[in-house]
Design a protein around this ligand. Structure first.
Ligand code: NAD
Ligand code: DAU
Length: 354
């Protein structure tokens, strides 16, 4: 079996569902259930003996140690993190606590367990740390996309905390020999995405006849990857990646934010036209920019393709259509999410504009 942390969040939840769709290997899913953790995402696994959920903190070394000894996983996949840049600007403390101190405690618990394994199991064990392209900072329009050798230049409290966690993981390999793999992925989107992030926020605001907030001039560029492609990359890296290596994961889908929002509006115009027949794009509103907003991210994913033969299955167009259709078809999940703590956050972030 494997131990997944943060498996009630957006990517972790998709990973758990995909994993159990493709294999019978059981998962221990440890998640603190912060505002971003949502057990509704895992409801289809309610009676599935292959999935065991445990509420807990990656910073709780004693708990992690007990779980490792009891369940003896062959791998740990670490998704658990505070993940929203805007929240990190309003209050960085939780980001330092979970992303840095939490990762440190998790690494120590895993190192202790790994040290006690018999030689063959020690050899086969893997610690996969899921990280982000934001650690590389920002690109100029003509710069080459981020490669695995690009220098770390994080610009937000979130990306700085993720960069710190990547460094810890690297050091635990270099110093203690822990068999780690690190991935740096671009922006994900898809089902079960919490609506504080651009794509789900815009879909749900559009349907609720609310403004679609574009930060600054909307010309910031992100490189979008359908979440199921991220999951397939992680499975492949866990299976065949070289320990101590990092792998950039991306879909070669650079888009300006304004174009992403317009594409969502066009899909909604087609799939669920507004009652008054007007285009959803009329709801687009330009709002104050994010402080320190990174202008452009882009991932060079050639190493992963060359060495492990991974390629994304979805284009931005097919993935975005699937995503919009998923939100239209899953009103119950949406309703539960939007009635919770999310509303308080909307008030803090957007105030009167919401
Ligand atoms: P998310 O915010 O949706 O989910 C994070 C999950 O971690 C939640 O279920 C939360 O309850 C849990 N969690 C938070 N603190 C915890 C703690 N101390 N102990 C245990 N669980 C805790 O995030 P996501 O978008 O699914 O991102 C998952 C990982 O992937 C993060 O490490 C993030 O940095 C990375 N990542 C995200 C993206 C993206 O576009 N979303 C892209 C690249 C990398
Ligand atoms: O690049 C990977 C990262 O992508 C992950 O590491 C993060 O966890 C994830 O949250 C995401 O970070 P971003 O800041 O790029 O994602 P977000 O959805 O918050 O914003 C995407 C872009 O849209 C960004 O340029 C800011 C802009 N934006 C966002 C929101 C929420 C808006 O213009 N309006 C908004 O209301």
């Amino acid at each position: 079996m494997i131990l997944v942390t943060g498996g009630a969040g957006f990517i972790g939840g998709n990973f758990v569902l995909d994993w159990l769709n493709q294999s019978n290997e059981a998962i221990i899913n440890l998640d603190k259930l912060t505002y971003a953790g949502n057990l509704d995402t895992l409801i289809s696994l309610k009676d599935d003996p292959r999935h065991r959920f445990i509420r807990g903190d990656i910073g709780d070394r004693e708990l992690i140690g007990r779980l490792l000894v009891e369940f003896k996983p062959r791998a740990v996949v670490n998704f658990a993190a505070e993940s929203h840049v805007d929240r990190s600007i309003h209050g960085p403390s939780e980001f330092i606590q979970t992303n840095i101190v939490g990762t440190f405690n998790l690494l120590e618990a895993v190192r202790d367990y790994w040290n006690g394994l018999p030689a063959r199991e020690r050899e086969a064990f893997r610690f996969l740390h899921v990280s982000t392209d934001e650690v590389y900072g920002t690109l100029e329009p003509t710069d080459h996309p981020f490669s695995e050798t690009t220098a770390y230049r994080p610009n937000s409290p979130y990306s700085a905390s993720k960069a710190a966690s990547d460094h810890l993981v690297r050091a635990w390999h270099h110093t203690y020999g822990l068999p780690v793999l690190t991935t740096n992925c671009s922006n994900n989107y898809g089902p079960y995405h919490f609506p504080e992030k651009l794509i789900p926020l815009v879909i749900l605001n559009a349907l609720a006849e609310k403004p679609l907030p574009i930060y600054g001039d909307g010309q910031q560029i992100r490189d979008w990857l359908f979440v199921k492609d991220h999951c397939s990359a992680l499975r492949r890296i866990l299976e065949a990646g070289t320990t101590g290596e990092t792998y950039n994961v991306g879909g070669w889908n650079e888009k300006a934010n304004l174009d992403v929002v317009r594409a969502i509006c066009a899909l909604l115009d087609e799939l669920k036209p507004r009652a008054d027949g007007r285009p959803y794009a009329e709801q687009i509103t330009f709002v104050t920019d994010r402080p320190g907003h990174d202008r452009r991210y882009a991932i060079d994913a050639r190493k992963l393709e060359r060495e492990l033969g991974w390629k994304p299955a979805d284009t931005f167009e097919t993935g975005l259509r699937k995503t919009v259709m998923w939100y239209l078809a899953n009103a119950r999940w949406v309703q539960n999410v939007t009635s919770g703590a999310y509303l308080d956050w909307v008030q803090i972030q957007y105030g009167e504009q919401s």
